[in-house]
Write a protein that binds this ligand. Structure first.
Ligand code: G3I
Length: 579
């Protein structure tokens, strides 16, 4: 069921009372972080394993995700707000400061001050930035709409190039195109649509332009009311398929998630997963969950359930990198200004204190790393170390695992536990201090894993389980052709063509090979390469993840060498040797 958030309508409304709210919160005491820690609590298993994270960012990071927040320039002058934003989150989206009307109010005249201030805040708190947004019908200065069609095209490309270049290397992901659809799934016929003669045309052009300016940034289309299945979400799905088939470097879809309490679509996870299955990242980009104000305690409890369910859906999807809450607290939220009588939509109240939703979300994040399981223990000294067996695990070559937390406890107090593992699938490793296993599998197969946990006296316990890594859809039948396309003293370029010689489509691939010489890849195209010593893993880009039976795809790279750039001769695809 679709939820009418009215988020798009917000574009046309003003925020009455916003100044009042900002004034109110500026007077609040700066004592929130300690309160949050207490409210969230911490659990310690057997007294010795690491305490559960007490902040959203730590919980998210332990689960291999980020937890983001929208921050506006007005928030930066409020110490209480920045305390929460700086301690609870590890990703920041500028609420308005990177939108067209702020960044390029007049043709060719760029104003990066407000956006830079948000980036500086994020950087100084060790937080990354989601850029929001480059092309949107709203918050668009009037001069764009008065241009002719061909002028709109060049203005759009110049705007994207100017803004993305300015922030090159500082932005994790861009919402390149924002809210392109009407509720019935038809394209919004805005100035960009009209100038290019179609939705896929301007969107493809915008994404390619952004990619040219910062090839490392992830590039998203972002919209609301696409969280559950329905005509708008189906339209986004077909657009994604069209763009990927055209080779447009689309990386992900942003699901804004402006919800109404008790109305989270039941199809949320399955819907996001179908986009992920196209090889796209899927992020919750603007989470809030509004209710009539003043809030009733039953609605606050329902909000806790809602928000935790949204976070659990993200955690269940390997390609969901994180969740962003829209605004820091109920004092900053856009909701009351757009929906009078509604609010209380975030996890922090108007005094920046954590609400039930905060605790529920933190528990959901922490629960992600605590799978239900049996335990095993053994004793080699006076102490007994008990290791919680995480149970059988699975993964796919080339797809990062969300993170598996092995927990342990000790019969004695005051012991420091050290974790080690044998038999882990290639590409995964365990943190000796925390027992968190993370990484990206590079080889398919079934791996018997033993985790050993040792305390300060030498007493230890173990847990043994099996980790099955599948080959990312490869039938195992493949051919790889490596061609050096140019060579000069100390440098070379190469092209690699991967052919699916099997009968099943390959969805998501990683090509592995070992350089015989001392080559080092310096930059690659149409694949993401990771080099460890002489060993290289090249993973598909989102737009070339699928190789149909009999079809091929190519990627290339440039590299340096000192003495030897002999071509590699043996290749694998998703861990299986190719001819
Ligand atoms: O900057 C002017 C100020 O000069 C003027 O005095 C004041 C008068 O009301 O308005 C100020 O601009 C406001 C702007 O926020 C900056 O505060 C606009 O009126 C107001 O409409 C605008 O609202 C923003 C809204 O996007 C616009 O569509 C909200 O803060 C922002 O939270 C909201 O964010 C959007 C996402 O970008 C896209 N998805 C939906 C989401 C919620 O609507």
């Amino acid at each position: 069921m679709d939820v009418d958030t009215g988020a798009g309508r917000g574009a046309d409304r003003r925020k009455p009372g916003a100044a009042d709210r900002r004034g109110l919160r500026a007077g609040l005491a700066v004592a929130t972080v300690a309160a949050i820690t207490t409210a969230a609590g911490a659990f310690v298993l057997g007294g010795q394993a690491a305490a559960a994270p007490t902040t959203l960012r730590a919980g998210a990071e332990a689960a291999g995700r980020y937890f983001g927040v929208a921050v506006g320039q007005g928030d930066l002058g409020n110490g209480t707000a920045t305390n929460v934003a700086g301690s609870q989150f590890d990703m920041v989206t500028p609420e308005n400061e990177m939108k067209w009307d702020t960044v390029e109010p007049n043709n060719g005249q760029f104003n990066f001050g407000p956006g830079d201030a948000i980036v500086n805040f994020a950087t100084s708190h060790n937080e990354r930035v989601r850029g929001h947004n480059l092309v949107w019908h709203s918050q668009l200065p009037g001069w764009v709409s008065s241009l002719s069609g061909s002028q709109v095209k060049s203005a759009m490309e110049a705007h994207i190039t100017g803004e993305v270049s300015h922030y090159k290397g500082k932005i994790y992901a861009w919402d390149v195109v924002n809210e392109p659809f009407n509720e019935d799934g038809s394209f919004r016929q805005d100035v960009f649509y009209n100038a290019f003669g179609g939705g896929a045309q301007y969107i493809g052009d915008a994404i390619r332009t952004a990619h040219a300016a910062d090839p490392d940034a992830k590039l998203y289309i972002n919209d609301y009311n696409i969280e559950g299945t329905g005509s708008k979400s189906n339209a986004m799905y077909s657009l994604a398929q069209t763009l990927l088939a055209q080779g447009v470097p689309l990386s992900g879809i942003g699901f804004e998630s402006h919800f109404i309490v008790g109305q989270i679509p039941s199809s949320l996870q399955a819907n996001m997963q179908r986009f992920a299955n196209l090889g796209l990242d899927v992020a919750i980009t603007e989470l809030d969950d509004r209710m009539p104000t003043p809030a009733s305690s039953s609605n606050l409890q329902q909000q806790a359930t809602d928000d935790a369910n949204v976070v659990k859906a993200c955690l269940a999807i390997a390609r969901c990198p994180g969740v962003t809450q829209w605004n820091i607290s109920d004092a900053d939220s856009w909701v009351p200004g757009t929906f009078p009588g509604q609010g209380a939509a975030t996890m922090f109240d108007t005094n920046y204190q954590p609400k039930p939703a905060f605790t529920a979300v933190l528990n959901a994040l922490n629960g992600a790393s605590v799978p239900p399981s049996s335990t095993s223990s053994s004793s080699q000294g006076a102490n007994t170390v008990t290791v919680t067996n995480p149970g059988s695990q699975s993964g796919t070559v080339g797809t990062a695992i969300a993170g598996v937390q092995v927990l342990a406890s000790d019969s004695a107090s005051g012991q420091t536990l050290t974790y080690s593992a044998s038999g882990l699938p290639a590409g995964l490793s365990i943190s000796g201090g925390s027992g968190l296993i993370s990484g990206t599998p590079t080889t398919a197969g079934t791996f018997p894993v033993t985790v050993t946990v040792t305390d300060t006296t030498g007493a230890s316990g173990t847990a043994a389980f099996t980790w099955t890594i599948s080959g990312g859809g490869s039938s195992g039948a493949c051919h790889v052709q490596y061609d050096k396309t140019s060579e000069w003293p100390g440098g070379f370029t190469a092209n690699v063509t991967v052919t699916n010689t099997g009968t099943n489509a390959i969805t998501g691939w990683t090509t592995g090979f070992t350089f015989p010489g001392d080559q080092k890849i310096t930059n690659a195209w149409n694949a993401t390469t990771t080099q460890t010593g002489q060993t290289v893993a090249a993973a598909n880009a989102p737009y070339n993840a699928t190789i149909a039976p009999g079809a091929n795809t190519s990627f290339g790279f440039q590299g340096t060498y000192a003495t030897n750039d002999t071509n590699p001769t043996a290749f694998t695809l998703n861990g299986t040797p190719c001819s």
